[in-house]
Design a protein around this ligand. Structure first.
Ligand SMILES: [Zn+2]
Length: 132
């Protein structure tokens, strides 16, 4: 009986420890999927193209996008064949990037002399907004 109680307390301590660990891993500088809150990338991964990391583009269908560039986005998953069709960045092929957890469309992955992501500002939520 005493041993069982001891084990229970050890287990609770373990859960509490790991919970606070998870909390501190999420930072205000991180970006999350708007739909499922999966961690996508961080401001520390921002990529500069022509000295800028934010761009406004209009697709052939007339939809406007405010995109942020990142050199790494571990929460993304690429779908489709890379193509030059309607490419926003010269000499870069693109593929769709979706959330690796829920499949929500987050933006595009660009490959050429560099590899980077252009993620749609309104498809993401920033840690500082999420935690307030
Ligand atoms: Zn998601």
């Amino acid at each position: 009986m005493i041993n069982n109680m001891k084990n229970l307390i050890i287990n609770i301590n373990y859960i509490i420890k790991n919970k606070s660990k998870t909390k501190t891993l999420l930072k205000t500088t991180d970006w999350f999927c708007l739909q499922c809150k999966n961690m996508i990338t961080s401001d520390f991964n921002r990529f500069l193209y022509d000295g800028k990391s934010e761009f406004n583009f209009t697709n052939p269908g007339g939809a406007k996008f405010n995109i942020i560039l990142f050199n790494n986005a571990s929460g993304c998953f690429e779908i489709g064949k890379p193509t030059f069709e309607f490419a926003w960045f010269e000499n870069y092929k693109w593929q769709f990037s979706v959330c690796s957890r829920c499949g929500f469309h987050l933006g595009w992955n660009y490959s050429g002399s560099n590899n980077f992501y252009g993620l749609i500002r309104t498809s993401l939520i920033k840690g500082e907004t999420l935690f307030n």
